[in-house]
Unconditional design. Structure first.
Length: 229
């Protein structure tokens, strides 16, 4: 369970409120019970987090428990992102029907490494964006900055900008050998420079301390996390 008392001791009320409204409180497991989802929703409401973030099979249950203005983010094709676009859209459609407000979808970012496949990646991003916005939900495109160089990150960010994606998300947090926080931070700074102001950045994977949060704040718009010590 997430406990924020440790960092709250060092935050004033303004900092606390600003921080909480950045949080997509995330639980990623296939084995969550109804009680787990109920607790997740309760903690999100008590702390004023922006959203809860869950796998598709838990969206309807979360929707039934939430009473306030907490949004529901749904992870799609997590964590590999290798399904075809049609399957992703079908999963997105089901999540929306069940109550999702925001879609966090792993795109097939590895295609950026093959020159002949780049157009296919942009086509996927375009179709996902068109569908989500037609249905009135926010789209966060998940990539893996730990597996991409700066040129590849820039190329995907430009695809997202050209196709009106709402957020670019840094990682799934599931890489066995991910970048260090410091390396990710430098890549996030680069993303901030090249993305237009209307596209947010969501940082996920490895947030564990107040000092990390404070380093990120000037550059990101949302944080995906399940626990901070």
């Amino acid at each position: 369970m997430i406990v924020y008392k440790k960092i709250y001791e060092y935050l004033d009320n303004k900092e606390k409120s600003e921080f909480n409204r950045l949080i997509d409180y995330t639980k990623i497991s296939d084995n969550l019970s109804n009680d787990n989802i109920k607790d997740l929703c309760k903690e999100a409401e008590e702390n004023g987090f922006y959203s809860i973030c869950v796998l598709p099979q838990f969206v309807a249950t979360a929707y039934s428990f939430l009473k306030g203005d907490i949004k529901i983010s749904c992870l799609i094709d997590f964590p590999k992102g290798e399904s075809n676009t049609k399957n992703k859209i079908n999963d997105i459609d089901e999540a929306i029907v069940n109550g999702a407000d925001e879609i966090d979808v792993v795109v097939n970012y590895k295609l950026i490494k093959e020159s002949e496949e780049k157009e296919e990646l942009e086509k996927e991003i375009r179709e996902l964006s068109e569908y989500c916005h037609r249905e009135g939900v926010v789209l966060k495109v998940i990539i893996e900055v730990g597996l991409l160089n700066y040129q590849e990150i820039e190329a995907i960010c430009m695809m997202c900008a050209d196709n009106n994606v709402d957020f670019v998300m840094t990682s799934t947090g599931k890489l066995p050998k991910d970048d260090s926080f410091e390396t990710k931070l430098e890549k996030v700074k680069y993303m901030k420079k090249i993305l237009p102001d209307n596209i947010g950045i969501k940082f996920s994977g490895g947030i564990r301390s107040l000092s990390q949060i404070k380093e990120l704040l000037p550059f990101i718009d949302r944080v995906g996390t399940s626990q901070i010590n």
